[in-house]
Design a protein around this ligand. Structure first.
Ligand SMILES: Cc1cc2nc3c(=O)[nH]c(=O)nc-3n(C[C@H](O)[C@H](O)[C@H](O)COP(=O)(O)OP(=O)(O)OC[C@H]3O[C@@H](n4cnc5c(N)ncnc54)[C@H](O)[C@@H]3O)c2cc1C
Length: 418
C-alpha cells in the first residue's frame, strides 16, 4: 500500500452510516476509501434492527429482495405487557411503503451485504484493520486523515473526509466540534436466552411491576434487554450472577431456570446509553454523520435507521458536488440542516419517554419511569395510537429517498452522468 492514498472521499468507520454513504457515492462513480479499525464486521448486540424506512431505501436501490434473502425475523407489530395485558405498541401495517415491518438481522450480515454491493461498483476501497488517528489539516481545512495499519502510519488525502466512526468518534474530537449532551439515567444490559416452544409468541416489553425488560424474537434465541440505573453495572457485577438471574426472572415471562443459561457476566453486554449531538456537524472539508453526529437512546431502536438516513441525505446533497470536485462548507451545512430536524425531534421524544428519576435510589432503571408506562397505557386504551407510533418509529421524521442517480439495478451498470 502506498503511504499516501488519494481519493475523492475518505470515510472513517464502516458501520451502517459509513457503508451506506460509501455504497451510494461509489454507485455514482465517485472513488471512495473507507477505513475500518476492526478486521471484520462481527459485533454482537449492535443495532440489529432494519426499520421500514431503511428497507424502503434498499427497495429504491433495487436491493430489497436480495437483502431479505439473508436470515432475519420480521416484526409487523411491537407488543408490550401493560398491567398484565398484551398491548400492540407499534403497528406498521398501514405504512405507505412495501415493507410494513421491522427486520431483525445480525448487523454483520447487513454490513457485509452493503460492502459486497459497494465492491461491485469498482469505485470502492474498504481497508479493514485501519485505525484513523488524526485529521490532516491545512489552514484550518481538513485535507484527509492519518491512520495506522499493521503498525505502519499512512495518510489518506481527499477533498472531503467523513467521520462515521460512531458515538465515541475520535475524529469529531480532533476537529474540535462541540458536543451537547442530554444525559441518560439508564444503561441497558443485553443477553441471549434460548427460545423454547412454550414461550410467548411475540416480542414483548413489560410495564408496571415487571417493566424494564425487553425481548426480541431472533428465531432460535431471545435477545433480551434489561434496563439498569446508569453506571450501576459494576455494583451489579459485585453482587454476582445469581443476583442478576433473579432480577431477570422477576421481570421476564420465562421460568427462572432459563436464566441458568447465563453462566457469567461474559454473556452480558453493556450498552451505555447516551443522548448527545454536535452543535455543528462539519468544518471545511469534514462532516460527521450517524452516531458520530448524534448518539441516540435505544428507545425505538432508531440508531441504525438515523445513521442510514443521514448517509442518504449526505449522498443526495454531496454526490453532484464531489463529482465536480467542489464541495463547499455551505454544502456540508446543508446536510446538517436537512438532518437536524429529524435528530432533534427524535431525541426530544426519547427524552420525554425516558421517564422520571424516581427509581434511581433503588438501583433499578429509570427507563421504567412514569412517562413511558403512561404512554403505553394510553396506547392500550386507544389502539389507533399504535399506528401513529408505528409511523413515527418505522419511518421516522423526514424519511430520505436516494436520488435516482444511485438507483440502478443491473450489476456493472455504467455510472450515470450527474
Ligand atoms: C449494545 C448496543 C445495542 C444497540 N441496539 C440497537 C438497536 O437495536 N437498534 C438500533 O437502531 N440501534 C442500536 N444500537 C445503536 C446502533 O448500533 C448505532 O446507532 C448505529 O450502529 C450507528 O451507526 P454508525 O454507522 O453511525 O456508527 P457505528 O455503527 O458505531 O459504526 C462506527 C464504525 O466506526 C469504526 N471506528 C470507530 N473509530 C474508528 C477509527 N478511529 N478508525 C477506523 N474505524 C473506526 C467502528 O469500529 C465501527 O465499525 C445499539 C448500540 C449498542 C452499542
Amino acid at each position: 500500500m502506498d503511504k499516501v492514498i488519494k481519493t475523492d472521499c475518505c470515510i472513517v468507520g464502516a458501520g451502517p452510516a459509513g457503508l451506506m454513504l460509501g455504497l451510494l457515492l461509489a454507485r455514482a462513480g465517485i472513488n471512495v476509501t473507507i477505513l475500518e479499525k476492526h478486521e471484520d464486521f462481527f459485533r454482537d448486540f449492535r443495532g440489529d434492527t432494519i426499520h421500514p424506512s431503511t428497507l424502503d431505501v434498499l427497495d429504491h436501490l433495487g436491493m430489497l429482495d436480495e437483502v431479505l434473502q439473508l436470515p432475519h425475523q420480521k416484526a409487523h407489530r411491537l407488543h408490550a405487557e401493560v398491567d398484565g395485558r398484551d398491548v400492540v405498541l407499534a403497528n406498521f401495517s398501514k405504512l405507505p411503503i412495501k415493507s410494513k415491518f421491522i427486520a431483525f438481522m445480525p448487523q454483520w450480515d447487513f454490513l457485509n451485504f452493503l460492502s459486497d454491493k459497494a465492491n461491485e461498483t469498482g469505485h470502492f476501497n474498504l481497508i479493514m484493520g485501519a485505525k484513523a488517528c488524526d485529521l490532516v489539516q491545512e489552514n484550518n481545512c481538513v485535507k484527509g486523515i492519518s491512520f495506522h495499519k499493521d503498525g505502519q502510519l499512512y495518510e489518506v488525502r481527499a477533498p472531503l473526509t467523513i467521520a462515521a466512526d460512531g458515538r465515541n468518534s475520535t475524529l469529531r474530537d480532533k476537529a474540535g466540534l462541540e458536543v451537547e449532551s442530554f444525559g441518560a439515567p439508564t444503561d441497558v444490559l443485553w443477553m441471549k436466552v434460548s427460545h423454547q416452544r412454550e414461550d410467548p409468541e411475540q416480542a414483548m416489553g413489560h410495564v408496571g411491576p415487571k417493566q424494564g425488560f425487553v425481548m426480541i424474537d431472533r428465531g432460535e434465541y431471545w435477545q433480551c434487554g434489561y434496563v439498569i440505573k446508569k453506571q450501576s453495572f459494576e455494583e451489579l457485577k459485585a453482587q454476582g450472577i445469581e443476583h442478576l438471574r433473579q432480577l431477570l426472572a422477576e421481570s421476564a415471562p420465562f421460568p427462572i431456570d432459563r436464566f441458568d443459561e447465563i453462566e457469567s457476566f461474559d454473556q452480558v453486554h453493556l450498552l451505555s446509553v447516551r443522548i448527545d449531538r454536535l452543535k455543528q456537524w462539519w468544518k471545511t472539508g469534514f462532516l460527521c454523520i450517524g452516531d458520530a453526529a448524534h448518539a441516540m437512546s435505544p428507545i425505538g431502536g432508531v440508531g441504525v435507521n438515523l445513521a442510514i438516513q443521514d448517509a442518504v441525505a449526505a449522498a443526495n446533497i454531496l454526490a453532484p458536488k464531489l463529482f465536480r470536485g467542489t464541495v463547499e462548507a455551505s454544502d456540508l451545512a446543508r446536510v446538517q440542516k436537512r438532518r437536524s430536524f429529524p435528530t432533534k425531534a427524535t431525541q426530544k421524544i426519547q427524552i420525554m419517554m425516558r421517564g422520571k428519576r424516581r427509581n434511581q435510589d433503588k438501583g433499578q432503571g429509570d427507563g421504567r419511569g412514569a412517562k413511558s408506562s403512561g404512554v403505553m397505557k394510553k396506547i392500550g386504551r386507544m389502539p389507533w395510537l399504535a399506528h401513529v407510533a408505528g409511523r413515527l418509529m418505522g419511518m421516522g421524521f423526514r424519511p430520505e429517498r436516494p436520488d435516482p442517480i444511485f438507483c440502478y439495478n443491473k450489476q456493472n451498470s455504467k455510472t450515470q452522468e450527474i
